[in-house]
Design a protein around this ligand. Structure first.
Ligand code: MUC
Ligand code: MG
Length: 367
């Protein structure tokens, strides 16, 4: 199972409905399809979704770091030498989605070689996850209409509401409108992508105390160290670290520093190997985790659900698995379906990522 070639293929698929949030906007899925080939003819597949405004990665940087720095170091290693692969990749700081995609492609190879689903190899807790849908910035009425459409079409009853604009004129109004329209049985939580100050956040949480929110995520920057710690100490709900806790060391820093009380795990940036480290770290510390979404296509979503369903702690809360619904198309031969608010893992060997060659030919950017 020697790694003999690594491909990094840029592709671009437009969104029908762009997702806008405090730190950026996604209009096109400008992702990179990563394929790792072995000498036995197995191919592991995953995607790297760059988020330039968050981690500084771009499609071009992912292709360059994989082609020029990572691939030359891992060619010749086997898929069973993941620790060695990570020792090579971790010499370079940053580049989270490039590293994560390589890691998940290796797990895909292991699953195929063993004839077993990756989700089972990771833990096999369950075969499905409840889905949480992310509602991006729009006037309150449009946010309500979107949530109602998603609930009525896919049975989803958990919503992560993007906040981080003008807290009282826009965000609190939108959250209140969502609660009033959707009723008490729907779960709502908020994500500020660092758009508010600590004092804005505290006041907004106070204003929304009657809305029954379940989590608050990255409302203000973690770099506002004392302000954030002050806010987290006062938060009435677990405070999720997302982009401030992208690897195990940052998780330790944020949790022990009092800057978070829950963690978002995104396989798009920690793959499976490092996501498991973070998950076990959180379990050991008694901290809740939520499966986040880095605005993945169906490829990344299959990876998230494989991991989320594999472990008891990550299957406890609805996972953010529905962003692909906003895309005009995707690359999988057999599309994912969310029914009754639930997404199932793919049965069969590996990750079950079967790429449609005609779609790849249509959307790839390098030919
Ligand atoms: C999220 O949870 O923040 C927005 C930017 C990003 O990197 O992920 C998304 C969703
Ligand atoms: Mg977030």
């Amino acid at each position: 199972m020697k790694i003999v070639a690594v491909e990094a293929i840029p592709f671009a698929i437009p969104y029908a409905k762009p997702l806008t949030f405090a730190s950026g906007e996604v209009r096109t899925a400008d992702h990179v399809l990563v394929r790792v080939h072995t000498d036995e003819g197995l191919t592991g597949t995953a995607e790297a979704p760059p988020r330039p405004y968050t981690y500084g990665e771009t499609q071009e940087s992912i292709i360059a770091v994989i082609g020029r720095i990572f691939a030359p170091q891992i060619l010749g290693l086997t898929a069973l030498e993941r620790e060695t692969v990570h020792a090579c990749l971790d010499r370079t700081v940053g580049n989270p989605t490039a590293k994560a995609a390589l890691d998940m492609a290796l797990w895909d190879i292991l699953g195929q070689a063993a004839g077993m689903p990756v989700s089972g190899l990771l833990g096999g807790y369950t075969d499905r996850m409840r889905v949480s849908h992310m509602v991006g910035f729009a006037p309150a009425g449009e946010m309500v209409a979107e949530a109602e459409r998603i609930r009525d079409t896919h049975g989803i009853t958990t919503f992560k509401v993007k906040v981080g604009r003008q807290p009282y004129r826009e965000d609190v109004v939108a959250c209140r409108a969502l609660r009033e329209a959707l009723g008490a049985d729907v779960e709502l939580y908020i994500d500020g992508n660092r758009g508010w100050s600590a004092s804005d956040s505290a006041r907004a949480l106070h204003e929304m105390a009657d809305l029954g929110l379940t989590f608050a995520e990255e409302l203000c920057p973690a770099d506002d160290v004392l302000g954030r710690r002050w806010l987290v100490a006062r938060s009435p709900v677990p405070f999720i670290a997302d982009e401030s806790a992208t690897r195990a060391a940052e998780v330790t820093r944020e949790l022990l520093g009092g800057s978070a009380t829950a963690i978002s795990i995104k396989t798009a940036r920690t793959g499976f190997t490092a996501s498991q480290r973070v998950l076990h770290q959180c379990e050991g510390l008694g901290v809740e985790v939520v499966m986040g979404n880095q605005i993945d296509s169906q490829i990344g979503t299959l990876c998230s659900v494989a991991f989320g369903a594999a472990h008891r702690a990550s299957a406890q809360h609805a996972g953010e698995l529905s962003n692909y619904l906003g895309m005009t198309d995707d690359l999988l031969t057999e599309p994912l379906t969310i029914e009754n608010g639930t997404l199932h893992i793919r049965e069969g060997a590996g990750l079950g990522i079967d790429i449609d060659p005609a779609k790849l030919a249509r959307y790839r950017q390098d030919r």
